[in-house]
Design a protein around this ligand. Structure first.
Ligand code: AMP
Length: 271
């Protein structure tokens, strides 16, 4: 990968990287399209990163469909797909992990111990292997965006971090590779998450600024859907992930499936 990247650089080409775990959907493709528009060369990485999954998480059943992923990427004028093997990324004697402090403390970091260390380590390795001018991440994973921005800044990794808006289904549900786990009833119920964000944005737009009341509204709206068990619903600062702020973030279980979503209340909810 690094040889290819160095050749492109020698030829004066700019490189955009889109890191993914495969099971591609239109959310991923929106990142690819953004990279295509802004770079001479587009590299998509497909790697289900084992170290960002906790021991009781869904690593083994995480959806994988390489043939389908490749077809989608071929149709989107991607120049290269980087798909390392897990033992290539993490030989048994690999002993380095990247820890980003502060911004990883709460919410996803608290709910998933070790998750962001896994994310920061793999992103560091992907940036080292591809050496892109720009790397593309989805707003869907807002805390990941904050972690990656901090990581790139603190370690002088050089790539420009580009953030792409969340792609949603018609009823508002954020596209996610994990949505395939949902039964038809759960899939319907899951729309309450984006509905709560939309209503909070409406209330904010009508002048409500009290984070306690905005947060209470999120909780009350989620509570109306018995198939959805919220893990957290908070208002945080988008860069530090400390309270308070105007980024509304939600994590909830729908059956066995854990979903996350977020919306910056200073912006109108799309659609
Ligand atoms: P994943 O394969 O789930 O690790 O996601 C790879 C990248 O795609 C991450 O930067 C995600 O934030 C982004 N992504 C996932 N779902 C969406 C979505 N619905 N809209 C925009 N970006 C997304």
């Amino acid at each position: 990968m690094l040889d290819a990247s160095r050749r492109w650089r020698r030829d004066g080409k700019s490189i955009g990287l889109v890191p993914t775990m495969g099971a591609l959907h239109e959310g991923h493709m929106s990142l690819v399209h953004a990279a295509r528009a802004e770079n001479d060369v587009v590299v998509v990485s497909v790697f289900v990163n084992p170290i960002q999954f906790g021991p009781n998480e869904d690593l083994d059943r995480y959806p994988r469909d390489w043939a389908r992923d490749l077809k989608m990427l071929e149709g989107a004028q991607v120049d290269a797909v980087y798909r390392p093997a897990a033992d290539e990324m993490y030989p048994t004697d690999a002993s380095t992990r990247v820890h980003v402090g502060g911004v990883t403390d709460g919410l996803e970091g608290a709910a998933r111990p070790g998750h962001f260390e896994g994310v920061a380590t793999v992103v560091t390795k992907l940036l080292a292997a591809v050496d892109p001018d720009r790397a593309y991440f989805g707003q869907k994973d807002a805390q990941q965006v904050a972690v990656v921005k901090r990581l790139v800044r603190d370690l002088d990794l050089g790539a420009e971090v580009r953030v792409v808006p969340t792609v949603r289904e018609a009823d508002g549900l954020a596209l996610s590779s994990r949505n395939v786990y949902l039964s038809p009833e759960e899939r319907k119920a899951a729309a309450v998450i984006s509905a709560a964000l939309r209503e909070a944005a409406d209330i904010y737009a009508s002048g409500e600024r009290d984070p306690v009341r905005l947060r209470a509204h999120l909780a009350a709206r989620l509570a109306l859907e018995p198939l959805v068990q919220p893990e957290y619903a908070e208002l945080v600062d988008a860069a530090t992930f400390q309270k308070p702020g105007t980024l509304a973030v939600i994590a909830a279980r729908v059956g066995k499936t854990r979903l996350i979503d977020n919306h910056d209340l200073e912006k109108p909810f799309p659609g």
